[in-house]
Design a binder for this molecule. Structure first.
Ligand SMILES: NC(=O)c1ccc[n+]([C@@H]2O[C@H](COP(=O)([O-])OP(=O)(O)OC[C@H]3O[C@@H](n4cnc5c(N)ncnc54)[C@H](O)[C@@H]3O)[C@@H](O)[C@H]2O)c1
Length: 302
């Protein structure tokens, strides 16, 4: 298939390279001309293992190209991934979806044929509904432009592996036609046994938001427990290990921040196993990543 990836940041570049790797013809789009020039030269502007090799391989064959032109992207692709940034709003409570709507407004006038937009950015629930209404109003193709939401769960530093071998693919679809387009795009991954979790768009948006909130809640919880351990002279590592052995509570157990853990650990005859290295969070337990500890609240996960 011919796909575009709009927004070439930490999500978009690995996604574009991964889509080329599974056989699609890919056009990446960004506003930043200098970044586009580097990408077209096969240079990797971010740190991600395996990405430089994929970029140089697929830009050399021409299967992966980059541009600043949304008009070219509209002409080229059947499916457009939306991977622009959604920074946390000034109030710290919601996502700023300005780039999402800005990109859609700029793309819309060029959408003359039935098209599927696959949103990957992390957004507030209701965004895909509002985006579909905007695109129907501004595009020549009208309601034949459909919006799917496909939230991304990749971990920075593992983006290629997490894109090519994800634990699951979540997609919120408005119609059978849109679901079919998603199944075609991800066919090689689905053939490898990656589970596809199909929902309505609002549920998909909320799955990502709830996953982020759940992770933040767990980190806050275990940091609070670690503080109690420090005050009581208890061993927080043994505590989390013991909770983790209970299959019902396992999902609630996490690992406290290193400084807190060190303060809260006391020496025992059978020392606890070391904390997992931050660069290698356990793949099967995505909610047990090592939390960061600071005097200000942790920023929400992306
Ligand atoms: N970085 C991660 O690990 C990660 C993980 C999961 C989800 N996400 C989500 O993915 C989304 C993107 O994150 P990121 O870290 O890649 O952001 P980023 O800010 O690094 O990249 C966004 C890119 O979009 C480009 N852009 C903005 N408006 C554009 C437009 N109109 N046309 C073309 N390009 C445009 C920007 O120039 C920038 O290069 C966010 O919603 C984020 O929450 C990120």
């Amino acid at each position: 298939m011919r796909v575009s990836v709009i927004g070439c940041g930490h999500l978009g570049i690995p996604h574009a390279a991964a889509m080329a790797e599974i056989g699609h013809e890919v056009l990446g789009v960004d506003l930043d001309q200098a970044k586009i020039d580097r990408l077209n030269a096969g240079e990797c502007p971010i740190y991600e293992g395996d990405l430089p090799e994929l970029l140089s391989t697929h830009t050399a064959t021409g299967r992966l190209r980059f541009t600043t032109s949304l008009e070219d992207a509209a002409e080229f692709a059947d499916v457009h991934f939306l991977a622009v940034g959604t920074p946390i709003d000034a109030d710290g409570r919601s996502y700023d979806t300005g780039q999402v709507f800005g990109a859609a407004r700029a793309l819309a006038p060029h959408l003359t044929c039935p098209t599927v937009i696959i949103g990957k950015s992390t957004v507030t629930v209701g965004t895909s509904r509002d985006l579909a209404a905007l695109l129907a109003r501004l595009s020549p193709a009208g309601e034949n432009v459909e919006v799917v939401w496909n939230p991304e769960f990749l971990r920075e530093g593992h983006a290629i592996d997490d894109t090519l071998r994800p634990d699951r693919i979540v997609v919120g679809v408005p119609s059978a036609r849109a679901e079919d387009a998603v199944r075609q795009v991800y066919a090689p991954l689905l053939a490898n046994g990656v589970p596809l979790f199909v929902t309505d768009p609002a549920t998909a948006e909320l799955i990502k938001g709830a996953a982020n909130a759940y992770l933040g809640m767990k980190i806050s919880f275990i940091n609070g427990v670690a503080d109690m351990c420090t005050a009581a002279g208890a061993d927080v590592q043994q505590l989390t290990e013991a909770i983790g052995l209970d299959p019902v509570s396992a999902a609630a157990a996490s690992t406290p921040a290193p400084a807190t853990a060190a303060a809260a650990s006391r020496r025992t005859s059978a020392p606890s196993p070391p904390l997992p290295a931050p660069s290698e969070p356990p793949k099967q337990q995505p909610f047990c990543e090592q939390p960061r500890r600071s005097t200000s609240p942790d920023p929400p996960p992306r």
